[in-house]
Ligand binder design. Structure first.
Ligand code: R5P
Length: 293
């Protein structure tokens, strides 16, 4: 097995390679003077299982084309199988046509990746409007969840807390985790007016005053969802506010805005590499790669 990387999730890839005793071979990637992409394997992949490891963040569009080049080149060079481990799959949030004329990005990306790789492994993709990965991908597409890891992290580091999710979509993380570790949970109702303007309201109010509250969600992008929920929690006199998410993108200075909004701790999994990573998904990836299928 060869672990190939295109620039994202390099630490994660190194750990996977070390634990599987597989070779880690970074791809050579550059640009021709006119901007065309150049990609090269530095190892013979003939007859090998090539695992391309890399989240599609930062630079999702560039990452996608690099993944497609890496997969097609591996097959062209005689690889036996190409597996994509992309802990964060970009483009999944556009899982419908919300305005006339829009491209349904998740479906398009699913088609492109299904044409290029033999199997996909990812974590908690944002595909609420599709019933399953089968609606998007025509190849085996494994959707792992970090719920168990986040639950354990909360149990180890907090006591007597409350878990909350910022919107109905977050129930599959916040509610499931809270139910599993048996702590009170409440879900907000969110209205988004633009990427930077969000309103949130607690639908079923529960006592918050004096409590350590943990907001759980899949993604922090601009941070405005978390900031709005934190604002409400502060009004309700929460003792402390922590944000735990699977995929921390933190665009446009989100970290400092979140801190200013009174979020004491921001914790992420290493699905996207960031200094806030405290929850390691490598053991779950290893387990999946060791499956025979
Ligand atoms: C939306 O449903 C997602 O689960 C997140 O709540 C959202 O993507 C967060 O985005 P932002 O940080 O830009 O508010």
């Amino acid at each position: 097995m060869i672990i190939a990387t295109f620039g994202n999730s390099v630490l994660l890839a190194k750990n996977i390679a070390r634990k599987l005793k597989a070779r880690h071979s970074p791809l050579t990637i550059s640009q021709f003077p006119d901007g065309d992409l150049y990609l090269k394997y530095n190892i013979d992949v003939k007859g090998e299982v090539v695992v391309i490891v890399g989240s599609m963040q930062p630079n999702p569009t560039e990452s996608l084309i690099k993944i497609i080049f890496a997969a097609e080149a591996a097959k062209d060079l005689g690889a036996r199988k190409v597996i994509l481990v992309s802990p964060y799959l970009a483009f999944m949030r556009q899982d419908g046509r919300f305005n006339p004329g829009e491209a349904v990005s998740s479906k398009i990306v699913g088609k492109l990746l299904s044409d290029s790789v033999d199997k996909i492994i990812t974590f908690d993709p944002h595909i609420h409007r599709w019933k399953s990965m089968k609606d998007i991908f025509s190849i085996p597409a494994v959707k792992l969840t970090t719920n168990g890891l986040i639950g354990k992290y909360i149990q180890k580091n907090y006591h007597g807390e409350i878990v909350t999710g910022p919107d109905w979509e977050s129930s599959q993380w916040a509610k499931r985790i809270a139910d599993h570790i048996r702590v009170p949970v409440t879900i907000f109702r969110k209205k988004r007016f633009s990427p930077w303007k969000v309103q949130a309201k607690m639908v079923t109010p529960i006592p918050i005053a004096g409590k350590d509250v943990i907001i759980v969600d899949d993604i922090i992008s601009t941070g405005h969802t978390m900031m709005e929920v934190a604002k409400q929690l502060r009004r309700m006199n929460a003792k402390s506010i922590t944000a735990i998410v699977v995929h921390g993108m933190f665009v446009g200075g989100a970290i400092s805005k979140l801190k200013k909004a009174g979020i004491k701790r921001i914790i992420t999994t290493n699905c996207i590499e960031h200094p806030s990573n405290e929850i390691d998904v490598v053991p779950l990836i290893i387990k999946e790669l060791q499956q025979k299928k």
